[in-house]
Design a protein around this ligand. Structure first.
Ligand code: NAD
Ligand code: ZN
Length: 358
C-alpha cells in the first residue's frame, strides 16, 4: 500500500509492504541522484539489519557508510548529533548525497535533524523499524534532539523524500515496544477511524495481531497523514494527535520516565480522561469500557497507582500549556475528536485515578 503525503513541493509517499526492504535501494535510486548514502542506525538494529541493508543499497549502485549510535533515548542529544555530522563530513558527503535512517524514532529524529542541518539540508529517507516509528515519528517531518532542559527542544520541520515501511522488520522488536507503539494505533482509531478501533476489538490473540499488522500500520499512517496535511493549511488540527498525551506525559514524568513507556502513559491518559468525560456526558456511554478492553488486550495499563492530585503539577510542565489554560483532546465517540480548552484549576475534574476512586 502507499499513502501520499500532500505538502506541495515537499510531498512524498509512504510505502508499506512486507518485504519492502529488499526494494528500497532501487526506490531511493529513482528519487535521488546521490552517489553516497549515510545510514543512521543504532547498536541494536545495526547488527540485525545493517549488513543486509548495506548490500541492498550497494546493489543499487550507492557507496554506503553505516553510522551507528548507542540505542536509547539518552543518545538523542547534541553530542551524538555532532558525532553523526562529523561522520558525514568524514565520509565527504556533498549536498546531493543522501541520509537514510534505519531505526526506531530515536535515530530517526536525530538522523533527520542531521540531514536537515548538514550543508543546510540533504535528501533524507526513513526506513522505520519500530511500530512507533512506522506509524508516528517517520511521518510528519518533525526532527529533533533533546536538550538537558527537555525533550525535542532543538529541531526542525524537515520532510523526508520517502518513507519505506516493512512490517517484517518488526519480527525482532521486543514485545514491550510492540505494545508501546500499538497504544498510538489505538489512539488513531479513537480520534479518527472507528473501523481501525473495531479491528482491535475483533482481535483475539497475538497471531491475529500479526495477521492484521499491515492493515493497522496503513490505517494509522493514513490518520497521521490526514492530520499533518490539514495542519499545514490551518493551524491546530495537529493537536488532536495529543489525545491521551497530556495525562500520559504527566504519568511518564511523575515516575521519572522509568516506570512507564510513552505508549503506556498514553494508554493510561486515554482511559482516565475518557472515563471522566463519559461521566460528564461529553462522551458516548460505554466508550471508556470499550477502550479499556482493547488496551488491556494489548497488555497496556489503564490506571495508575497515584492520586490524581499528584499528576496536576506534572501537567503544569506541559509544553502545550498556555498560561493557565490547557487544551485537552476528548472523544465524543470512537472515531471523533474534539478540542476542549480547560482552566488548570478545573483540571482535577478531568482526572480521577484508580487511587482516588478507592
Ligand atoms: P527507539 O528508536 O529507541 O527504539 C526502541 C528500541 O527498539 C531501541 O532499543 C531500539 O534499538 C530497538 N529497536 C528498534 N527497531 C528494532 C527492531 N526492528 N528489532 C529489534 N529492536 C529494535 O524508540 P522509538 O520508540 O522507536 O521512538 C521513540 C522516539 O520517537 C522518542 O525520542 C520520541 O520523541 C520520538 N517521536 C518522534 C515523533 C515525531 O513526530 N518525530 C513522534 C513520536 C515520537
Ligand atoms: Zn505519542
Amino acid at each position: 500500500a502507499a499513502v501520499d503525503i500532500h505538502l506541495g513541493k515537499d510531498s512524498y509517499t509512504v510505502e508499506i509492504r512486507r518485504g519492502l526492504l529488499e526494494d528500497t535501494g532501487r526506490k531511493i535510486r529513482r528519487l535521488t541522484d546521490a552517489e553516497k548514502i549515510a545510514v543512521v542506525t543504532d547498536d541494536h538494529v545495526g547488527p540485525l539489519y545493517g549488513e543486509r541493508f548495506r548490500r541492498i543499497l550497494e546493489d543499487a549502485g550507492f557507496t554506503v557508510r553505516i553510522i551507528t549510535i548507542p540505542a536509547g533515548e539518552t543518545s538523542k542529544n547534541l553530542s551524538v548529533f555532532g558525532d553523526v555530522l562529523n561522520a558525514m563530513a568524514d565520509f565527504e558527503m556533498t549536498r546531493k548525497d543522501a541520509l537514510v535512517t534505519l531505526s526506531g524514532g530515536v535515530p530517526g529524529d536525530l538522523g533527520g535533524y542531521a540531514a536537515a542541518s548538514y550543508m543546510r539540508g540533504i535528501p533524507f529517507f526513513q526506513v522505520p523499524t519500530t511500530i512507533l516509528a512506522q506509524i508516528d515519528s517517520s511521518v510528519g517531518g518533525k526532527v529533533a534532539v533533546d536538550l538537558p532542559a527537555g525533550k525535542n527542544l532543538a529541531g526542525a520541520f524537515y520532510q523526508p523524500r520517502g518513507v519505506f515501511i516493512d512490517p517484517d522488520l518488526l519480527s525482532t522488536l521486543p514485545a514491550r515496544f510492540i505494545h508501546d507503539g500499538l497504544a498510538e494505533a489505538v489512539k488513531y482509531g479513537c480520534i479518527g477511524d472507528s473501523r481501525l478501533f473495531s479491528l482491535f476489538e475483533s482481535m483475539e490473540n497475538e497471531a491475529d495481531l500479526e495477521a492484521h499488522m499491515e492493515d493497522i500500520i496503513c490505517a494509522s499512517v493514513q490518520q497521521k497523514a490526514r492530520v499533518v496535511e490539514a495542519d499545514a493549511k490551518e493551524q491546530n488540527l495537529r493537536q488532536i494527535l495529543n489525545f491521551g498525551h497530556t495525562i500520559g506525559h504527566a504519568v511518564e514524568r511523575y515516575f521519572h520516565y522509568e516506570t512507564y513507556t510513552h505508549g503506556e502513559g498514553v494508554a493510561i491518559g486515554m482511559a482516565l480522561l475518557t472515563e471522566q468525560t463519559e461521566r460528564m456526558g461529553l462522551t458516548e456511554k460505554g466508550t471508556a469500557a470499550r477502550m479499556k478492553k482493547v488496551l488491556e488486550k494489548l497488555s497496556l495499563p489503564v490506571t495508575v497507582p497515584v492520586e490524581a492530585a499528584r499528576l496536576i503539577p506534572e501537567i503544569m510542565h506541559d509544553k502545550k500549556r498556555r498560561g493557565n489554560r490547557i487544551t485537552l483532546v476528548t472523544i465524543p465517540r470512537i472515531g471523533e475528536a474534539e478540542l476542549l480548552p480547560v482552566d488548570t484549576e478545573e483540571l482535577s475534574r478531568y482526572i480521577v485515578t484508580g487511587e482516588d476512586a478507592l
